[in-house]
Structures are given as structure tokens and as C-alpha cells.
Write a protein that binds this ligand. Sequence first.
Ligand SMILES: [Zn+2]
Length: 190
Amino acid sequence: MSLPITYYNDPVLRKKGKPVESFDSGLTELFEAMVATMHEADGIGLAAQQVGKALRFCVVDLRESPSEFQYVLDGRDNVPTDLFMPLALANPEITYLPGEPIVFEEGCLSFPDIRGDVERPSRIRARYQDLKGNPHTLECDGILARCILHEVDHLNGVLFIDRMEKKTVKLLEKKLKILKRRTRDALKTH
Ligand SMILES: [Zn+2]
């Protein structure tokens, strides 16, 4: 079952997530619903804030673009993506690894039809817990690193427009204004 996606200007998108403390069937249900929502919307990542929950939890699925990143999961570089994706990241903590930052165009399911260049570190280490609370370490680059950084920003109430250069945001100004108003009106009527 998929969930309604929250859009830009919904206050929940600016809330910092609370740590995940219960690794129970409720978390698995949330995971499954978030994955269904992400797939239905053709997304590659989704944060709890985007389904209305201020929680340190997000999902990522890049099985369709395996050539666009490299990774080492728990010290192993040969774990097939099918074994750990869709990926559930509870309480993720990010460390940047050495490497030149990369500028790349991003989209976000909370900003329909809005895309813009964002500079991000190229390589990261993510420590997180899975649905059972087991800790993992994932070192990665490419689209996987970018996607995790984008989602973890959501968990801190940070949006991709905050990371864009001013001139990029300026170009999107009109679209952002329309979306802002549309979200405000929709929240009023519900
Ligand atoms: Zn997003």
C-alpha cells in the first residue's frame, strides 16, 4: 500500500527526524509502504518526512542503475545489489571520504517537475541500522552516495534547494512559488 507524498512547504519536510528506537513489525510495515510509494512514483530514494513522519529513516533502491556506483558493504565489495536493495537506512550517520565534490542534476519526489544542479561529496561512508536494528557500514560513490546524502538531508529537515547555488534557485523561483501555494492550499482544505 502506498502513502501520500508530502510536498514542498509542508512543515514536516523541515522537521528533524527522531531516532528510530523500535525495530518491530511497525518499522517493517513503514518500510514496505515507503518502498511501494517510491516505486509507484518512479523514485530512487524516499525519506520518512516525505510520507509525513519526522523519523530518522529512509529507503533507497538503485537496482536499475547498478553501473552508476561502486560500494563496499560491511567490508565486502561483492554483495549483489539484490541482497541489500531496497535498502532500509535507520539512524544513518554519514562521513565524507576523500574525493572531489561532484555537481549533478537532482530531482525530488517532494518537488514534482523541479530539477537542479547540486554539489555533493563524491564518496561517503554511511553507518546505519537495518530493519532488525543490526548495524552496517556502507562505503560508496556515484549515484548511491548522492542518493543517500539527499535522503539523509531530508532526515535533518534539509532540502535539495538549500544545497543549490542561488542562481539555480533563482531559475526555479516561479515553479517553487506555485508549488508552495498549491501545498498551502491543499493543507488548508484537509
Ligand atoms: Zn528528496
